[in-house]
Design a protein around this ligand. Sequence first.
Ligand SMILES: [Cu+2]
Length: 70
Amino acid sequence: MTPHPMHLHGHTFQVSNPDGSYRARKDTAIVPARRSMDAYFVTDNPGDWVTHCHNEYHMVAGMMTTVVYA
Ligand SMILES: [Cu+2]
């Protein structure tokens, strides 16, 4: 039940505000426990990129995946 500092390699992204505006670009965002977040980024760096929680014990437990595009 802890927040998750979610990190995306190879890109920066933005998270939207409730009013539709966008927050500052970053490569890590805190996602509250049991919540989700939409991240918007430009796909200008093709490849296989890891995205994961920066809490190492969460990452080791499986909170890690890849974003892949050509
Ligand atoms: Cu986490």
